[in-house]
Design a protein around this ligand. Structure first.
Ligand code: C2O
Ligand code: CU
Length: 536
């Protein structure tokens, strides 16, 4: 057996931006890890070795559906046991035709994905848009403390917050500001030629940062892909990339540039402080500025508000099988709320995930029939979609569900914005707003056009929370349930995820789900152990 690719996970001290060297989880020795390139319509086996000595790991193929091999989804305590130190796991990855686009892979254990991630590109058999070349812009953030300290703090009683992002990185490098002070660290250089068309693939590999970004001197960008689905060309002068989101943008470079280099500027949004990062678009300067100096605070001024960015504007390039509202069998509302119960935790529909974290993964438990009870649709229907016994949201194959996420902030009065992400299958993004979600009114906004398929979209915050549970923002998705399996739906801010902002969906009945699992020949699938915080 020869795997198609091998990823080796290590824990090492590295220096990022202007921060002191600290421990990070790396993939093949770097962060971001190597670029994986797959071709649509193919099947791959990727072997992941855990070369760490004290932490477990899993790998998740963010945005790709593991419908054919749910055991490969890389969600600890949901689809698999994490891989213990000195062990490996072989992930089986099917990439259906039609899934060409921009993705990434990341560890799904604890806070590791802050560094343990890398670009995953699915190449097209036929590319629908013309471009001369392409460039990856992998966005990460980094913090003063190391991932283990942050993990412990987030589940500590009382909460020890991670702190805000200390720096924003592009392709692993970043300067401009770190911890709010000017930072002259080296920048990533994106080489381009005049008068050409480039596909820029932006990947939101951040833990916390919602990046607003633009390119100096280049204000007409055309979005052509969002989260692995091609869209009709949509013009914008800037982008917003949340944790977990990806966009491809066509950039037409200047025929006669007046400068040899232009800054790409990134700024965090929806946080109490602004963190800035920069990269360089280089038109052939033989020695482009390798650092950000002299460091003015900003070169571009980016819009402050993030609300509604590209909502109702993205349409699929080719018509999809978008089900009309008459096909919707039920609406599941998922209300997020923060409570302090000793620990500070996020609740979904009033249920805590952290307090009841299962040790044995759902999928294995269902397979072995020795732990979690198979979710009951009957109980779920009486409890706004969530079965209180299994703590899962069941769904039947063939159902079309509208999922409405509601933002209600915190008991303490705080209110955050959240990039919600779904595993298993892409949803049609129906948009967002404040107040009450009205399906008929919302549908009218689409004016007969189809919404784009996405896997990560924003639950915005409107106003400030009063602490009394008032809904201050909704986001609506339409999901056609087609893939049996056990899938996570969660906020992609790693801090929030660890504080409980995650849900598990069991799609299909017992026979359909278990039919997908029996791969006992996959080394370690039924025998590994350990928890999501890395302990064996
Ligand atoms: Cu990148 Cu569960 O997600
Ligand atoms: Cu969140």
């Amino acid at each position: 057996f020869v795997p198609d690719a091998v990823l080796r996970v290590t824990q090492q001290n590295i220096t990022q931006s202007c921060l002191a060297s600290k421990s990070n989880v790396l993939i093949n020795g770097t962060s971001p890890g190597p670029e994986l390139r797959l071709l649509e319509g193919q099947t791959y086996w990727i072997r992941v070795y855990n070369d760490m000595t004290a932490n477990n790991v899993t790998m998740h193929w963010h945005g790709l559906s593991m419908a054919v091999s749910p055991f490969s989804d890389g969600t600890p305590s949901v689809s698999q046991w994490p891989i213990p130190p000195a062990h490996f796991f072989d992930y089986e990855i099917h990439v259906p035709v039609g899934m060409a686009g921009t993705y990434f892979y990341h560890s799904h254990v604890g806070f590791q994905a802050v560094s343990a991630s890398g670009p995953l590109i699915v190449d097209d058999i036929h590319v629908p848009y013309y471009y001369d070349d392409e460039k990856i812009i992998f966005i990460q953030d980094t913090f003063t403390n190391d991932f283990e300290t942050i993990e412990e703090g987030l589940v500590h009683n009382p909460l020890v917050w991670s702190g805000e992002a200390a720096a924003i990185l592009v392709n692993g490098k970043g300067g401009g500001s770190a911890n709010g002070t000017a930072c002259n660290a080296s920048l990533s250089v994106i080489d381009v030629e005049p008068g050409k068309t480039y596909r820029l693939r932006f990947i939101g590999g951040t833990a916390l940062t919602f990046s607003s970004l633009a390119i100096e001197g280049h204000s007409s960008l055309e979005v052509i892909e969002a989260d692995g689905s091609y869209t009709q060309k949509t013009n914008t002068s800037y982008l917003q990339v949340a944790a977990g989101q990806r966009y491809s943008v066509l950039l037409h470079t200047l025929p006669n540039p007046t400068q040899s280099t232009y800054y790409i500027q990134l700024e965090s949004r929806e946080r109490p402080t602004i963190t800035r990062g920069f990269a360089i678009l280089n038109y052939g300067a033989s020695s482009p500025p390798s650092t950000f100096y002299p460091p003015p605070n900003s070169i571009l001024s980016l819009p402050n508000s993030t609300i509604g960015f590209l909502d109702y504007q993205l349409h699929p390039l080719n018509p999809t099988s978008f089900p009309p509202s008459s096909a919707v069998s039920r609406t599941v509302t998922l209300t997020v709320h923060q409570a302090v119960r000793g620990m500070t935790i996020w609740l979904e529909n009033h249920y805590p995930w952290v307090e009841t974290f299962p040790t044995e993964p759902y999928l294995i438990s269902l397979y072995k029939d020795d732990g979690i009870e198979f979710p009951s649709m009957e109980r779920a229907l009486q409890n706004s979609g969530l079965d209180p016994v299994s703590r899962a949201f069941p769904a039947e194959i063939g159902e079309v569900i509208d999922i409405v996420l509601l933002n209600t902030g915190a008991d303490s009065g705080g209110l955050d914005a959240h990039p919600w992400h779904a595993h298993g299958r892409h949803f049609w993004d129906l948009g967002s707003g404040n107040g009450t979600y009205d399906a008929v009114e919302n549908e009218a906004k689409w004016n007969g056009k189809q919404p784009a398929l996405r896997d990560t979209t924003m639950l915005y915050r409107y106003g400030t929370s009063t602490g009394n549970g008032t809904v201050q923002g909704w986001r609506a998705w339409r999901l056609e349930v087609t893939e049996p399996g056990v899938w996570m739906v969660h906020c992609h801010i790693l801090q929030h995820m660890l504080m409980g902002m995650q849900t598990v969906w069991v799609m299909g009945n017992e026979t359909e789900v278990l039919d997908k699992v029996p791969r006992p020949e996959v080394e370690g699938y039924l025998t590994y152990g350990g928890d999501v915080y890395g302990n064996e």
